[in-house]
Structure formats: C-alpha cells, structure tokens
Design a protein around this ligand. Structure first.
Ligand SMILES: [Fe+2]
Length: 320
C-alpha cells in the first residue's frame, strides 16, 4: 500500500522535523561534495573557521620580501600619499582586515574595459547564456527579466592586462607578506553587477549579505573597480576588524554567518565598523575574505569589478 507522506503531520514541508531533515540532508551533501573534491579542503574548512588556528598557521610560514621589486602596474591613488610599501599594506590589513589606497595604471584600465566590451559575458555566470555587454537591454528583453549579474567565466585569463595584474610584483609582495607564505594564485573573476529588483535569496546567492569566505587557512583578495562606484553603484562593504575579533559562536559556524541578518551583525559588532568602499574607476583595494564583508546591489548604474584571490595551498575545489 502506498503511503501519502504529506498527510503525516511531522513530514509536511512546514513541519520543524521536515525542515531539520532537509537541512541535515543538505549538510551531508555539502560534506560529501567537499570530501570527494579534496579531503584536505574539508579538513581545512572545519579548522580555518577559528581565528587562533588561522593565526597559528600563518605564523608557521616564512616569507622574506625581496629588496627591490620589478615594474608594477599599480599606482598610488591620485592626490593621496605615495604608494605604501607592501609591508605597510600587509600591516594595515592585519589591523583592519582590509586596505584601500592604490589604483590601476590608466592604460591597464583601458585594456580591461576594451576586453569587457569585446568579449561575451554570461548571464548569472551561466555558460549557456552568453551576450555582449553592449547588447544587455536586448538580451534582457529576450530573457524576459532583468539581470542581477554577469561574469566572464575564465575568459579574463586570456587578457594580457589581467595577466600583468596577476603577476604584478607589488601585489604578490603584499599578498605574500600578509599570508607570511609565498602567495599562490587561486583564481580571479571579472563580473558585472546590474541595478535590478532582488530578493533576500538573490542577495545570499550573489554574496550581497555580510559573510566570510574560507578558501584556505588564510587568503587575500584584491579588488579593482573598473567603473566609477559611488553609493548607487553597489559598493563593497567591510566590517572592520572582524577577521581578528569575532564571537566564538560566529567562528564556530564559519561561513554560516551569512545566515545572520545584516542588521543583527551590525548591532553586534558596531555601526562604526562598517566601511563602505567607493571610488573612481581604477580604484584598488584588498582584504582578508575572512573579515565580514559584502557586495551591495547597484541601484543607479552598473558596476564592473575585477577580483583576484591568493592563498597558501592550492586545493582542487573552493567555495565561491
Ligand atoms: Fe565574499
């Protein structure tokens, strides 16, 4: 005899027992995915959520900066102090969780913009949905809905300007000094954020709520705005110092912090810690992705963002 489980009260979709079962199944699936992908990553993801372990691993490394650096495509921000030394930038990231204060050489910025115009990007990073950015309106009409984001998948690796940034001696020195290990390039992304109506689920999927990323015992991520970004263009936001000061309960849940409402995190850690990064096209900044942060949704104009992540260990898998 077939049983209709939906008639069993504790197995209806709204029942707490059903929700618990659903969450446990999802958790098991996630653990199995990590285990089969790279067991080292699974172990790291359990351990690296604790600040004491992260700092201990970093201390075990050794990195001696070279006396002289090769040519860099990184400049000081116009009108600001000269370019800070990599050691000073690393110290400021260690203190605050992030650093804002350099920019791309204008010719590199122009090359990246030309690349973005002449290379197809992919709606919601879906390889089956390519379009040229200049055809976005038409593409959205065909799709029947506004787009929240689009990325270039791995195409940016073929861009000469990107390769100059990826191998830039100044950026590598900043990364290595912060990690206290020779920095290993993990991955990069070139992506658009568009002004579009969005739900909380959309925001969680696209990292537009406060969260942390744990892709190694320590990683560091560089960002470059390739379009002007003000309050209306979806600026990046850091919660200063939360890479070194975080409630133990929040350390224990690791990336699960993304499930805590933004306002609750702001109340707990203090509104004065919220730092919004705005600036002209070319502005660069860098942070420890363990520091609570978020992108925000553009409301006025689109934003083109380049990001590169460096770590200590090359794993076969990663979180996004
Ligand atoms: Fe993130």
């Amino acid at each position: 005899m077939l049983t209709n489980f939906s008639r069993v009260p504790f197995l209806t979709a709204e029942a707490p027992a059903f929700k618990l079962l659903q969450r446990t199944t999802q958790k098991m699936q996630s653990i199995l995915r990590l285990f089969w992908g790279d067991p080292r990553f699974l172990i790291m993801s359990w351990l690296a959520r604790f600040i004491a372990i992260r700092e201990w691993v970093a201390q075990q490394g050794h990195y001696l900066p070279p006396a002289v650096f090769g040519a860099t495509v990184i400049h000081a921000v116009e009108g600001a102090c000269p370019l800070e030394s990599p050691g000073q930038v690393a110290k400021l990231i260690q203190a605050n969780g992030y650093y804002v204060g350099f920019s791309l050489q204008p010719s590199i910025l122009q090359e990246l913009l030309a690349f973005a115009e002449t290379t197809p990007c992919y709606a919601n990073r879906n390889p089956a949905q390519p379009f040229y950015i200049s055809h976005r309106d038409q593409f959205e009409q065909e799709l029947g809905q506004p787009l929240l984001a689009a990325g270039y998948l791995d195409a940016h690796e073929d861009c000469e300007a990107y390769q100059k940034i990826r191998h830039d001696p100044y950026l590598l020195a900043v990364a290595s000094q912060y990690l206290n290990h020779p920095a290993i390039y993990l991955r990069g992304e070139l992506s658009w954020g568009f002004p579009a109506p969005n739900t909380l689920t959309d925001k969680i999927k696209t990292a537009r709520v406060y969260h942390c990323d744990i892709n190694d015992f320590k990683t560091i991520k560089f960002f470059f705005y390739l379009t002007d970004v003000g309050e209306g263009e979806g600026p990046h936001v850091y919660m200063q110092g939360t890479h070194r000061t975080r409630r133990f309960g929040h350390q224990r849940i690791g990336q699960g912090c993304a499930a805590i409402a933004d306002e609750d995190l702001v109340q707990i850690y203090g509104r004065d810690r919220v730092q919004v990064v705005t600036g002209a096209a070319g502005l660069g900044f860098v942070g420890d992705p363990y520091c609570l942060h978020k992108g925000t949704v553009p409301v006025d104009n689109s934003r083109l963002l380049l990001q590169l992540e460096f770590g200590i260990t090359p794993y076969r898998i990663w979180y996004f």
